[in-house]
Write a protein that binds this ligand. Structure first.
Ligand code: ACO
Length: 324
């Protein structure tokens, strides 16, 4: 019986930080509005020229080191902000980490990217085809955000985090126990970068089409209900009651969403991991960044029951139960 187990984790945040006060110098907003409505106090941003692949490579190197490995059999990048439309960024990350020859591909599920990636990586291992996978979540939303749009510019940050998954046995530390995914493309317009693809190739007539757009209010209520249902289903599938969950790591979009999901599920507030104050919403990187941060602080330790859940563009969603 082959199981996928997480054996290493690492992250990379670009050094430059933009505070809420910095944003209120250039936008009609305030530190108090941003902090109280979202839980975000600052975000890290790349300098021009630094790419998603740069951050992903650094996070991947840190995860490999944490797992005590030099290479993996497969490299998977989850991102919405690849270095270019073609080719995928994962092969470049693999090459830069000394893994020319291994299969490498990108997977796009927006903010649900990490739970999608973890599900795929874990299936590749448990099917017996691969012994190890480097799964990287990396984003540079600063490259797709309209800096003049206060509805989105205050929310996002750049960053990357990665995990190493290896072949293990049932009960081993880090075991991925169960996952479920979903999508609803009939509401894809709620979260979108409309231009630059085959439907509206660049140079697009509409300048705004190159930027990220989100119907914040509707996404908020859908996120709460969908994450609640998805997390509940996965917890039930592995037989965890809500008070047995040691760490609830939801996609880090808004602290109010995390609190609302936790409250509806009956998860004790001190089990909800919230890393938003430090990094904002980092889309596909948000869950592994929150995991790495919580583990570094000792908020997650060996044997803990960890429930991951996400909701984002697509629309997509999913949850994963794992033992730390
Ligand atoms: N500063 C000050 N005021 C603002 C700002 C700002 N940055 N942004 C909006 N406002 C104003 C609005 O204009 C509005 O003013 P009005 O009442 O005069 O019209 C008022 O604040 C309230 O706006 P709402 O949109 O109702 O604010 P809300 O409390 O819903 O917060 C937010 C907005 C933070 C975007 C929230 O809706 C949200 O978090 N949505 C979900 C995001 C999400 O889940 N994303 C996950 C998937 S997408 C992804 O992560 C890639």
């Amino acid at each position: 019986d082959i199981r996928a187990v997480v054996t290493g984790i690492g992250s990379c945040l670009p050094p430059d930080v933009v505070s809420n006060d910095d944003l209120s110098q250039v936008l009609d907003t305030s530190h108090d509005w941003i902090l109280s409505r979202t839980g975000i106090a600052q975000r890290h941003v790349v300098r021009p020229g630094t790419s998603t692949g740069d951050l992903g490579t650094a996070a991947g190197a840190a995860a490999l080191e944490s797992a005590g490995r030099r290479r993996c059999d497969l490299v998977l990048l989850v991102t919405t902000t690849p270095d270019q439309p073609c080719p995928a960024t994962a092969p470049q990350i693999a090459a830069r980490l000394g893994m020319v020859g291994v299969p490498a591909f990108d997977l796009s599920a927006v903010c649900s990217g990490f739970v999608y990636g973890l599900t795929v990586a874990s299936a590749m291992i448990s099917s017996g085809g691969y012994d190890s996978v480097l799964l990287v979540g990396a984003e540079t939303y600063s490259t797709i955000i309209d800096p003049t749009d206060r509805n989105t510019a205050v929310l996002f940050g750049d960053g990357a985090a990665a995990v190493v998954l290896e072949r293990g046995t049932p009960g081993a530390p880090g075991e991925v126990l169960h996952a479920e995914l979903g999508s609803d493309g009939s509401r894809s317009e709620l979260i979108t970068v409309p231009g630059g693809g085959s439907r509206a190739p660049h140079p697009a007539a509409d300048e705004a089409s190159r930027y990220f757009q989100m119907a914040g209010k509707e996404v908020f209520s859908r996120a709460v209900e969908t994450m609640r249902r998805s997390a509940r289903d996965v917890a039930e599938a592995v037989g965890w009651s809500m008070d047995q969950i040691d760490a609830f790591v939801g996609h880090q979009a808004n602290a109010r969403i995390l609190r609302a999901v936790g409250k509806r599920l009956g998860i004790p507030a001190d089990r909800i991991v919230c890393h938003l104050a430090e990094v904002g919403n980092t889309a596909a990187a948000s869950i592994p960044l929150a995991l790495a941060w919580a583990a570094a602080q000792g908020r997650i330790s060996a044997g803990d029951r960890v429930l991951l859940t996400a909701f984002g563009g697509g629309l997509t969603w999913g949850s994963v139960a794992l033992r730390w």
